[in-house]
Design a protein around this ligand. Sequence first.
Ligand SMILES: [Fe+2]
Ligand SMILES: [Fe+2]
Length: 169
Amino acid sequence: MTDLTQEHTAPPASDRVSELGFAPMDRMHAELDELLLRALAPGHPQWAQLLGDVHAHLKEHFEAEDRWMRDSGFPPRECHMDEHAAVLRSSEEVLALAQRGEFGPAPSFVAELARWFPAHADHLDSALAAWMCKRQYGGKPIVVHRAQRHGNGEGGMEQEAQGTERNRR
Ligand SMILES: [Fe+2]
Ligand SMILES: [Fe+2]
């Protein structure tokens, strides 16, 4: 039997949980992952600039997903759009404070955003990505996620099982 993981024609496995197989969404998710890496990097971020970039990104990202849901008649869209609106309100508030020189809430905001995003992508964006691919290509996307292994050897199986479950959708 051919081992497809060794074939150079096999698609690469993804390390990013936010990669869902719908290219326009994956590009936005990669951009948000990059911004969060910048925000969480050691050192002292330029908060006003960074929060401005994050807010501009979130606005564009959420507007695009909301538009796809509305235009395609995606059925369970209210809760997804409500989450976008709530995160955007928080981002707006934290950015407004930063523009007045108050950076106190900035670190906890980006930490919370980094905690929220993978779960949002997994629970809500994945359904939208599958819906959009089905409409455009007639089938659901398949993304192979590399199993996460933890340094202490624990949790690897759980992560692998989650990845396998996602691949069945
Ligand atoms: Fe998204
Ligand atoms: Fe979303």
